[in-house]
Each structure stands twice: as structure tokens, then as C-alpha cells.
Design a protein around this ligand. Structure first.
Ligand code: SAH
Length: 262
């Protein structure tokens, strides 16, 4: 999978790119992560990406011409110089050579909430472009001309879209077969079945007087599966009853629970 990130803080992504599973996938070439400095798509001497809002008010707004130049360049794999000056282009949609623009995600608190289902949908794309906002926000025309999706990672406000982009990248890439090597087990994970995941245990068998549920060391695989399913249901009821009400989960009325298939 290829992911292009547009940001005024490209250095921010050095950490994720060089450490952890994400860094490994990038080094191995299964994930082609390209981070672009939004300022390379400016046309003025000061490399300005923001301006005062029309109509007044606090804060600065990101300029749409810079974003359109950047998006066209990345979509078409062109160098920054090739698209600079986009303000003089004819009115209409921005240009993509040879077909539809790749899925282009604008990170914004007003976007569609990121969920496991949404991440799975995005994981099916060959290419993603992630646009990180800063300041008060981005000129509305970027929402219209550049974004195919607006994505929020939660109901709170961050300084910028970089953290949100990293969250999207992690949630999506771990679902792409081959990217992370050992693909996450889709049936068991939190949210996949509509339930939170059951508790995990490993050695030692006793820690500061706290033991391990005996069923896990019983060797009875059926009993282990039943226990895990009961635990997942109980945790979900206690902490996220909204997930059960969504109707995505298995029936809640059967605490004995049949074990998940497989
Ligand atoms: N004034 C804006 C917030 C701007 S925060 C508002 O009230 O909606 C600056 C940038 O941070 C945004 O452009 C966006 O890219 C990013 N951002 C902040 N919170 C976010 C969230 N919850 N999800 C995704 N992106 C977010």
C-alpha cells in the first residue's frame, strides 16, 4: 500500500517511520510511506501556507491554492514546480491524469469518526493521501476540491492533523495483508465482532498474589473459548453498552455464549 502524507511538519513522521512495525514495513517496502512538506508547494518567497480569515475572527486559515497544488502534484506524481500556480488554472475540479483521484483524507474534527469498520474500508485501497491541517483550519474549498473523505479521530481538538494521520496510518496498515507480516486476527480483536476483546494472560502464573484464571491452564480449548466470549460480552456490557445497542455484536442475551467460530 502507498500512503502520501501532506504536512508542514514532515520531520514529525521520522519517529513512526524509523521505529516500530510501521518502520519495519516501510523498510521492507510493503508499506510505501511518503511524507511531503506542504511548504514546497508554495509560490512566494516566504513559503506562506496560511492567511487571515475572510470575514475576520481569530486565528489563521490554510490557503487553498497551496493545498490544490500539493494534492495535484502528489496525485499525479509530479514535482512541486509542475503544479505551482494553480490559482490561474481554469475553474472546475482539480486535475488527475488518467482517472479518479486516490482516496484523499482530510483530517478534521468535523469528519467521519474513525472506526475499525472505516479502517477496514480504507485498508482495501491501493493508495491513500492524508492531509494534515494546522492553525484554525483549512479553507473550505480544500474540502470540496481535494478531499474524498473527511476523517476525525475523536471528539476533541488537537493542534494539528499529524497525530490524527499517524492514528489512521496505524489503524489501516495493520489490516492490510502482508504489510505487517503477521496480520492481526480479524475475528478476535476489539470491535471486529462488535465486542471489546477478552483479557490476556501470560507467564508468570502468580504475580504479587494475583493468579491466572484456572480455565486458561485447563487445556480445555472449548472451555477457554467460552470463557473468552463471556469475558468479552461482560466487558462490553460494562464499558461500552453502546456497541451492543448498535446491533453489531452477537446476541447479548446468552451469557453462556456459544464460542466464536473457528
Ligand atoms: N478550528 C478547528 C480545529 C483546528 S485544529 C475546529 O474547531 O474544528 C487544527 C488541525 O488539527 C485541523 O485542521 C485538523 O487537521 C487537526 N485536528 C484537530 N483535531 C482533530 C481530530 N479530532 N481529528 C482529526 N484531525 C484533527
Amino acid at each position: 500500500m502507498r500512503i502520501d502524507v501532506l504536512t508542514i511538519f514532515p520531520d514529525w513522521f521520522q519517529g513512526p517511520l524509523t521505529t516500530s512495525l510501521l518502520g519495519k514495513a516501510h523498510a521492507a517496502g510493503t508499506l510505501d510511506l511518503r511524507v511531503h512538506d506542504l511548504r514546497s508547494f508554495t509560490t512566494d518567497r516566504h513559503r506562506t501556507v496560511d492567511d487571515a480569515p475572510y470575514g475576520g475572527g481569530a486565528g489563521m486559515v490554510m490557503r487553498p491554492d497551496v493545498w490544490v497544488n500539493a494534492a495535484e502534484s502528489v496525485w499525479n506524481d509530479l514535482p512541486p514546480e509542475a503544479t505551482a500556480g494553480g490559482t490561474d488554472a481554469p475553474a472546475g475540479a482539480t486535475h488527475v491524469a488518467g482517472g479518479a483521484r486516490p482516496r484523499t483524507l482530510l483530517l478534521t474534527p468535523r469528519g467521519r469518526p474513525l472506526t475499525q469498520a472505516y479502517a477496514r474500508d480504507l485498508a482495501g485501497e491501493p493508495r491513500l493521501v492524508l492531509c494534515c491541517g494546522r492553525y484554525e483550519g483549512i479553507d473550505e474549498r480544500v474540502h470540496d476540491l481535494v478531499a474524498t473523505d473527511e476523517v476525525s479521530i475523536g471528539d476533541y481538538v488537537l493542534f494539528g492533523g499529524e497525530v490524527a494521520a499517524a492514528v489512521v496510518i496505524e489503524a489501516v496498515t495493520r489490516l492490510v495483508p502482508g504489510v505487517m507480516g503477521n496480520a492481526a486476527s480479524p475475528e478476535d480483536e476489539s470491535f471486529s465482532s462488535g465486542l471489546l476483546e477478552y483479557p490476556h494472560y501470560t507467564r508468570p502464573p502468580v504475580l504479587r498474589g494475583h493468579g491466572v484464571p484456572p480455565v486458561l491452564t485447563s487445556g480445555d480449548h472449548g472451555a477457554v473459548e467460552r470463557w473468552r466470549h463471556e469475558q468479552a460480552l461482560a466487558l462490553t456490557r460494562e464499558r461500552r453498552p453502546d456497541l451492543l445497542e448498535d446491533g453489531r455484536a452477537e446476541p447479548a442475551g446468552d451469557p453462556g455464549g456459544r464460542p466464536p467460530a473457528g
